[in-house]
Ligand binder design. Structure first.
Ligand SMILES: C[S@@+](CC[C@H](N)C(=O)[O-])C[C@H]1O[C@@H](n2cnc3c(N)ncnc32)[C@H](O)[C@@H]1O
Length: 271
């Protein structure tokens, strides 16, 4: 899938779904927020750009740490929620790989699980680097391949329900793709001209209410949501039954799901 087609698909999938995102996948994405800000060297008084801010998890944390935050997203409903969480922070509607800011203006630029949603990741990272000042840092997270169990389980759930996958699920043009490994992320950052590049794997357990975890795909979010959208109501009911069955072994004593998760966290220095 060519970049414009992939990016157009992304705009359509996120449109109006911020509340469902906030209830479900935002909880998964929240875990690396503190480590991401640390990798970006964010400190009190720093000017931080958070791209693909979503409902503002990372931006709000940076605000609470005394940074001066500008939060960007391509989806207006995300910014509506993010704005309520950013005392003193500002939001701007913008779409990678184009950021409407001059070069070298931010002390740090971060992107928590956004580069895996753009049609041309190298251009996106180059743009994040462009707006960062010399001596500042760029840091990002993406999901590894193979994906962590928290995401992989959806495949088991669809298989258990016998749900057919729609043909032509969106895939990045292989020309623009990169290995979802520590080496692959480090190489992506290095190609943007960053130095002192590092990439580590962050692992954690997501504790989430089963109904909240279901709510994301049920609202059409992620590949699981796309697959679910293509099912007739009778199959959706079977998928929900399979969800309860497949996730049962992962319930903790509070009835929450305890799902293993991991992410690649990369960072580099702008010179
Ligand atoms: C998985 S969410 C992550 C949100 C947030 N960073 C967090 O940690 O919760 C991905 C976000 O990136 C945004 N996004 C996707 N493609 C984008 C692009 N090309 N430019 C800017 N934002 C984009 C989506 O609208 C969504 O809010």
């Amino acid at each position: 899938m060519k970049s414009p087609e992939f990016d157009g698909h992304e705009r359509a999938r996120w449109a109006g779904r911020a509340a469902a995102y906030d209830r479900s996948f935002a909880r998964l994405c929240a875990h690396p927020a503190a480590a991401l800000l640390e990798a970006a060297g964010v400190d009190k008084g720093h000017r931080l750009l958070d791209v693909g801010t979503g409902t503002g998890t990372v931006a709000a944390l940076a605000c609470s740490q005394g940074a001066s935050v500008l939060a960007v997203d391509a989806e207006p409903s995300m910014l509506d929620i993010a704005a309520t969480r950013l005392p003193g922070g500002a939001t701007v509607l913008a779409t990678l790989p184009v950021l409407p800011f001059p070069a070298r203006v931010f002390d740090a630029t971060v992107g928590n699980f956004v580069v895996n949603h753009v049609g041309n990741p190298a251009s996106a990272v180059a743009e994040m680097t462009r707006v960062t000042r010399p001596g500042g840092r760029v840091a990002l997270t993406v999901w590894p391949s193979p994906p962590p169990l928290a995401q992989r389980l959806w495949g088991d759930i669809f298989d258990a329900a016998g749900a057919e996958r729609p043909r032509g699920l969106p895939r990045l043009d292989p020309v623009n793709d990169f290995p979802r490994t520590e080496e692959g992320v480090a190489d992506l950052l290095g190609r943007a001209g960053l130095t002192e590049v590092t990439c580590t794997t962050v692992s954690w357990t997501l504790h989430v209410d089963p109904d909240d975890w279901w709510a994301g795909p049920a609202a059409g979010l992620s590949t699981a949501g796309l697959i679910l959208d293509h099912q007739p109501p009778s199959v959706v009911a079977e998928v929900r039954a399979a969800f309860d069955e497949v996730t049962a072994p992962f319930r903790d004593d509070r009835g929450l799901l305890a799902l293993p998760a991991s992410a690649l966290l990369g960072a580099g220095l702008k010179h």
